[in-house]
Design a protein around this ligand. Structure first.
Ligand code: SF4
Ligand code: SF4
Length: 168
């Protein structure tokens, strides 16, 4: 009985390998965030930016902070066109960046969870290499994030932005 399961698993693994073959990152990508030595993507070091978030994410953060939704959005969210972003401190740091890290880490928006595996960064090897000049966590000695995890995060980023996803 177990042998049958094993064979089925082997076949499934072969199908998955075939699906993944040809992806430019099929062997995974080297990355590990260097927080707290680096805080570039949460701080204003790269200048002002946007931390986009959905209404569901706003509800989750408001609940985490123990604040009524209206009060949370009034104090921490700005509307940019038809989208919503967290506000920044005067020095362009994210409003939730503290010395010890992200003060809403457990409920941080998808944008924060999926970096650097964003749609535009994952456009190809050249875009990935270029991003390594912005993010020191991308380097040749960093541990490998396996292909399936890269695809999972990329798909989360794409789904949040309404972009078609990869097969898992
Ligand atoms: S820029 Fe890279 S290494 Fe630095 S905090 Fe962001 S993800 Fe981590
Ligand atoms: S919400 Fe947290 S993880 Fe996201 S940019 Fe702000 S401090 Fe960084």
């Amino acid at each position: 009985m177990l042998r049958g399961v094993e064979n089925a698993n082997t076949r499934a693994a072969e199908v998955l390998r075939a699906k993944r073959a040809g992806r430019w990152y099929e062997r995974g990508l080297r990355f590990r965030c260097l927080w707290p030595e680096c805080n570039a993507c949460c701080s204003g070091k790269r200048g002002p930016g946007y931390v986009w978030l959905s209404v569901d994410e706003m509800h989750a953060i408001a609940q985490f902070l123990g604040k009524p939704f209206e009060q949370f959005t009034r104090n921490y969210v700005r509307q940019v066109g038809s989208r919503y972003s967290l506000i920044e401190k005067p020095n362009a740091d994210c409003i939730f960046m503290e010395k010890g890290g992200c003060s809403i880490y457990e409920v941080r928006p998808t944008q924060c969870r999926t970096y650097p595996f964003w749609h535009e960064v994952m456009a190809g090897e050249e875009a990935w290499r270029k991003e390594s000049t912005e993010c020191p966590g991308i380097h040749d000695r960093a541990p490998i994030v396996p292909e399936y995890e890269v695809t999972r995060l990329l798909n989360k980023d794409r789904a949040a932005r309404g972009i078609a996803t990869e097969s898992a």
